[in-house]
Write a protein that binds this ligand. Structure first.
Ligand SMILES: *Cc1c(COP(=O)(O)O)cnc(C)c1O
Length: 320
C-alpha cells in the first residue's frame, strides 16, 4: 500500500458536505501556566461528536459513487465508529446495521438508532462482533465499513492533519490519540508529507499500549488484555496497515495514566469549557505533561466528546 497526499486532498473534497472543519482553541491562562501555546483541535465538536465521521464518510462516499452502489452498510462498534457509519449512511439514504456488545450503554444504542441504524447485539468481545458483522455483510450483501485499517479511512482521518497545519501555521508538534491507529496514521502521513518539521507524538493509555509495545519490539504485538477509561482506545493489536505508517511517520509515543486522563478532562472543562470523552482527553493529558519538550506551539487533538454522562463525576474526581 502506498498512500499519496493527493488521496488526502481528494478526501477533503469528498467529505466536505458531511464533516465540518472544527476550530482550534487556546486558553491564555493555561498557556501562561505552561509556558507554551497549547492549541486544542476540537473534534468533540465534529458531526456525531468525533473525528470518525471523516474516515467513514470518505470510505462510503467513494463506494456510493461506484456501480453497483452498496445496498447497505454494516459496522461492528459500540462507540464512535458505529455512530459515524450510521450518520453517513442516513445522509446517503442507505440502511445501516451496527453490531454492538450485549452490555452496550443505552446512550450508545440510542445514538445509533437516532441516526436511523438498526442495532444488533452480539456477544461481549470485539472478535465476536466483527465475525457477526461479516456474516451480516454476506447475508444481506451489505458493505462492511472498517474502523481504521483501510487506506480510505486513513485518508479521511488525514484531513484532520491538513486542517491543523492550515489553522496553526507555526505548529511544532501535534499530539494524537492511538486506538487501532487510523487517526494517527492519517494525520502523521499528511503532516509529515506537507510539513516534515512538525513532530507527531502518538498517545496511548498505559493500560492499553499495544502500539507502544509493538513499536518497541518492531513488530505487531498483541496485548493479553487492555484496561482504561478511554474506551475508544482499547485495541489489543495495531492494524496491519496502520502499524507500518506509525513506524515511518510517528516520532514518539507517550503513555498516560488513568488519573492523568481524568484530570485532563477536568482541566479541559474548566479552562476551555469543552467536555472531551476519556479517549479524546489523552492527547491533551500528554501535551500537559510533555508539550513543552517539543517546542512553543503544540496542538492536541481532542478526538471526541461522547462521554458517558453518568460517569462524569467519577472521571472529574480522579486523583493520582
Ligand atoms: C476511535 C477513536 C480514537 C482512536 O482512533 P484510531 O483510528 O482507532 O486509532 C481516538 N479517540 C476517539 C474519541 C475515538 O473515537
Amino acid at each position: 500500500m502506498q498512500m499519496h497526499i493527493g488521496d488526502v486532498f481528494q478526501a477533503q473534497k469528498t467529505i466536505q458536505e458531511i464533516a465540518k472543519e472544527t476550530p482550534c482553541f487556546r486558553a491564555s491562562s493555561l498557556d501562561a501556566q505552561l509556558g507554551i501555546n497549547l492549541y486544542l483541535k476540537a473534534e468533540n465538536l465534529q458531526k456525531t461528536g468525533s473525528f470518525k465521521v471523516r474516515g467513514a464518510a470518505n470510505f462510503l462516499l467513494k463506494r456510493c459513487a461506484q456501480t453497483p452502489a452498496p445496498a447497505g452498510v454494516v459496522a461492528a462498534s459500540s462507540g464512535n465508529h458505529g455512530q459515524a457509519v450510521a450518520f453517513v449512511a442516513q445522509t446517503l439514504g442507505i440502511p445501516a446495521v451496527i453490531v454492538m456488545p450485549e452490555q452496550a450503554t443505552r446512550a450508545k444504542v440510542n445514538a445509533a438508532v437516532g441516526y436511523g441504524a438498526q442495532v444488533e447485539f452480539c456477544g461481549t468481545t470485539s472478535s465476536e462482533r466483527l465475525a457477526r458483522a461479516k456474516e451480516i455483510a454476506l447475508e444481506k450483501d451489505y458493505l462492511e465499513v472498517p474502523p481504521y485499517d483501510h487506506e480510505d479511512i486513513m485518508a479521511g482521518q488525514g484531513t484532520l492533519g491538513v486542517e491543523i497545519i492550515q489553522q496553526v501555521k507555526d505548529a511544532d508538534a501535534v499530539f494524537v490519540p492511538i486506538g487501532g491507529g487510523g487517526l494517527v496514521a492519517g494525520v502523521a502521513f499528511a503532516v509529515k508529507t506537507l510539513r516534515p518539521d512538525i513532530q507527531i507524538i502518538g498517545v496511548e493509555p498505559a493500560g492499553s499500549n499495544s502500539m507502544y509495545v509493538s513499536r518497541l519490539s518492531g513488530s505487531r504485538t498483541a496485548l493479553p488484555k487492555t484496561a482504561s477509561i478511554a474506551d475508544g482506545l482499547l485495541t489489543l493489536i495495531p492494524g496491519e496497515l496502520t502499524f507500518p505508517m506509525v513506524l515511518k511517520y510517528v516520532d514518539e509515543i507517550v503513555l498516560v495514566q488513568e488519573a492523568e486522563i481524568g484530570q485532563a478532562m477536568r482541566l479541559c472543562l474548566e479552562r476551555f469549557k469543552l467536555l472531551p470523552e476519556p479517549s479524546g482527553a489523552v492527547s491533551f493529558a500528554a501535551a500537559l505533561k510533555k508539550g513543552s519538550a517539543y517546542g512553543k506551539n503544540v496542538v492536541a487533538i481532542v478526538s471526541g466528546g461522547n462521554a458517558d454522562l453518568s460517569r462524569i463525576g467519577e472521571y472529574l474526581a480522579m486523583q493520582p
